[in-house]
Ligand binder design. Structure first.
Ligand SMILES: CC(C)(COP(=O)(O)OP(=O)(O)OC[C@H]1O[C@@H](n2cnc3c(N)ncnc32)[C@H](O)[C@@H]1OP(=O)(O)O)[C@@H](O)C(=O)NCCC(=O)NCCS
Length: 437
């Protein structure tokens, strides 16, 4: 129900319209009423890259980009990172409430009962070159799971959905670890369900011949915190892909694979890997000012800086900086941190960055801490995808349960030729490609 009305005067016709305004939004479909005559199909809103368009109502994640606030289901990210385990936060995101002790125990047991992969998965992975990017293997393996669980197509069945959600949350660390072992040519390590979610992931990555893997508790807690920070981020590029693909009622494995594909780009989850490459390229603190000048000259972007929503310090970056200090006590300091700190200092004092409100984002420090934890840069985006699977699945459920949602299908403003007659090939003159633009 509308809270207020927005009055619009169409100067073409001198007609005025009152559009219902609810929670600060008008319905774009109401603009259709504004037309010059019966032939006119009405006004559309034009918003490339969704700069100012809400595509859904959601109660999962709240972000205030100007104030630097992030909350899952109302709880501040700082409190969740300090007090919860990743699986507890995953429960919160997917179910809407923090679990009781019994609920958490059952949830953890449920997830652990789905950590194994079908043995066939190994043969999919065998098809990849040893130097295949782990994210490519991860995305393809996720999609391939769809062929192993055909019942997953019944996306309207709540019980089927529940099972696939548990399977996906349980299996993504195993897929991620297998891609890593494949790239090294090491045998795959089966899940050890005595261990926590993150400890087991570390076990599947790094166990060699020892009978039982023992994770360093400081490092496994740091990884758990990183997972919490990455679990959801409302309507970001990959969440939007998850919803769009899911809206066609495609199964959750292929939808999650599509979301992971969106995440792999350097402007989204691929940025953390790019940050490390950038820090390597800079090499030392004294070369920071010259690098910043090149960014300002428009030669390239400062990776790990800037955000569509945050026009303030990304709260996740602050927590990662804190977690990095704990990790460095156990591992020794990563020398790249000094270059990153200097970059941050120089950038935050520079008019170019101040004017555009460009601050460090989650990816600025995450690569440094991942490297200190022992991860290779090409696994960084996969490390982002593991916890984000929870967010994607919550967004997917939200979309399916929302009676207002339909198959996602944006409009366009056609700018091509008007109707023209076909020209036989012998009569065609060569035209530059894209001549219509
Ligand atoms: C995240 C990102 C894609 C957001 O993009 P966006 O919301 O479309 O912002 P825009 O590209 O419109 O940026 C606005 C202005 O800031 C500049 N800008 C944005 N990010 C910048 C960066 N990292 N380095 C230098 N300049 C940057 C743009 O060039 C633009 O300048 P202009 O107004 O002079 O043209 C963008 O900031 C970026 O590419 N950052 C680096 C990649 C990264 O860290 N991604 C991880 C995101 S969690």
């Amino acid at each position: 129900m509308a809270d207020e009305l927005l009055k619009i005067v169409d100067q073409r016709t001198n007609s005025s319209y009152e559009l219902p305004l609810s929670k600060g939004a008008i319905r774009a479909a109401d603009l259709k009423k504004i037309k010059t005559g019966p032939e006119d199909s009405g006004v559309v809103s034009y918003d490339p890259a969704f700069l100012n368009t809400a595509a859904c109502q959601s109660s999962i994640t709240f972000i205030d980009g100007d104030k630097g606030i992030l909350r899952y289901r109302g709880y501040p990210i700082e409190q969740l990172a300090e007090k919860c385990t990743f699986l507890e936060v995953a429960y919160l995101i997917l179910h809407g409430e923090l679990p009781t002790e019994t609920q958490l125990e059952n949830w953890v047991k449920d997830i652990k009962s789905h950590t194994m992969l079908h043995e066939k998965t190994k043969s999919f992975l065998e098809g990849f070159n040893h130097d295949a990017h782990p994210m490519g293997m991860f995305i393809s393996t996720l999609a391939a799971l769809s062929t192993l669980y055909p019942e997953a197509r019944k996306v309207r069945d709540p019980e089927v959905r529940k099972l696939q959600i548990r399977r996906l949350v349980g299996k993504v660390p195993t897929i991620a670890a297998y891609t890593y072992r494949h790239s090294l040519g090491f045998p795959y390590v089966y899940p050890d369900n005595d261990l926590s979610y993150t400890e087991n992931f570390m076990n599947m990555l790094w166990r060699m011949v020892e009978p039982k893997y023992q994770a360093n508790p400081v490092l496994s807690r740091a990884l758990d915190i990183l997972f919490i920070l990455h679990a959801d981020h409302e309507q970001n590029c990959s969440a939007n892909v998850m919803r769009a693909v899911g809206s066609s009622e495609a199964d959750p494995y292929v939808a999650t694979a599509a979301a992971a594909a969106a995440l792999s780009g350097p402007l989204h989850g691929g940025a953390n890997e790019e940050v490390l490459k950038m820090l390597d390229e800079i090499g030392s603190k004294d070369r920071v000012p010259a690098y910043i000048e090149r960014v300002k000259a428009g030669q390239f972007k400062l990776m790990g800086f800037g955000h569509r929503i945050y026009k303030n310090y990304d709260p996740r970056a602050r927590i990662i900086k804190w977690a990095a200090d704990q990790v460095f006590v156990a591992t020794g300091r990563n020398p790249k941190l000094d270059i990153a700190l200097e970059l941050e200092k120089v950038a935050l004092e520079d008019e170019y960055f101040i004017k555009r409100k460009l601050y460090p984002n989650v990816d600025f420090y995450s690569g440094i801490i991942y490297q200190a934890l022992g991860f290779k840069p090409d696994l960084f985006t996969v490390l982002f995808a593991i916890p984000r699977t929870v967010g994607w699945l919550a967004q997917w459920q939200d979309m399916l349960d929302d009676p207002e949602q339909k198959i996602a299908r944006p409009r366009q403003i056609y700018t091509g030729y008007a109707a023209r007659d076909f020209v036989p090939i012998e009569k065609r003159a060569a035209r530059p490609v894209g001549a219509a633009r």
